[in-house]
Write a protein that binds this ligand. Sequence first.
Ligand SMILES: C[S@@+](CC[C@H](N)C(=O)[O-])C[C@H]1O[C@@H](n2cnc3c(N)ncnc32)[C@H](O)[C@@H]1O
Ligand SMILES: CC(C)=CCC/C(C)=C/COP(=O)(O)OP(=O)(O)O
Ligand SMILES: [Mg+2]
Length: 289
Amino acid sequence: MTSTVSTTPFIPAPATPYQGDIARYWNEEARPVNLRLGDVDGLYHHHYGIGAVDHAALGDTADSEYEKKLVAELHRLESAQAELLLDHLGAIGRDDMLVDAGCGRGGSMVMAHQRFGCKVEGVTLSAKQADFGNNRARELGIEESVHSRVCNMLDMPFETGQAAGSWNNESSMYVDLHDLMAEHSRVLAVGGRYVTITGCWNPRYGQPSKWVSQINAHFECNIHSRREYLRAMADNRLVPQAVIDLTPDTLPYWELRATSSLVTGIEEAFIESYRDGSFQYVLIAADRV
Ligand SMILES: C[S@@+](CC[C@H](N)C(=O)[O-])C[C@H]1O[C@@H](n2cnc3c(N)ncnc32)[C@H](O)[C@@H]1O
Ligand SMILES: CC(C)=CCC/C(C)=C/COP(=O)(O)OP(=O)(O)O
Ligand SMILES: [Mg+2]
């Protein structure tokens, strides 16, 4: 009798039915706006962009190459967003370990490794995304350093104090924030840095606006308020070192995206909620004390 060795990594059962739905959502996701942008240079993101549009680079809308330039410009702005997140991780050495909680297809992880030379561990609920990220890492010859796995970010297989830095890039709206900050606080070394870039509803508006409800329905997520982020961090030894309102910096991305053939239908909700002040795009960097 011969024994067979499975090469398929163990995929844990979802912790909740909701997490099962989210795993399915990302396993089925294949929007051209994400794949076409990633194809520009092989960094695949599932987050949005920041910074001014380079109109000189875009050129004339009548140009036959315009759509290609538009895709490259949207991608440049998305990578600029990830660069800003990495800027806030502080001094990271080659021997350090970083954690990307909700890593998607792994674009930010590759950028982190290219910048710091360190090990980067990613977790996602989607087996398809983890495979995609690991395949990209293999293609780049960095699979020893950049690794994705299917895992709940609220229960990560890392030792207490193991990480020098950790982040959520548009992935915190799928979980309870107290549970999330407790888990980051656990895996981070004292003196380590946590960074999130997220969309959050603005307590000054009162309650989530109709646009925020529309975004929640579109992505099956549950956007938190800015207040909830700060409270969950404060309760878990994460002390904000920077809170940056990126709303004015992300609007040009959305206004440009709304003119492209790759629109998905959610552009109006982002543009209107950023404009009416009910929704904000923020970066929060916090020290683990
Ligand atoms: C919008 S994507 C962001 C991906 C990535 N951070 C990026 O910037 O490209 C959201 C990600 O969060 C992940 N996610 C949601 N809930 C999660 C959970 N409980 N544990 C691990 N990952 C989760 C999804 O699997 C998906 O990869
Ligand atoms: C800021 C907020 C509220 C984000 C919600 C999480 C989310 C789905 C981010 C973008 O993913 P994506 O890149 O797959 O989306 P799209 O297809 O719209 O580009
Ligand atoms: Mg996208």
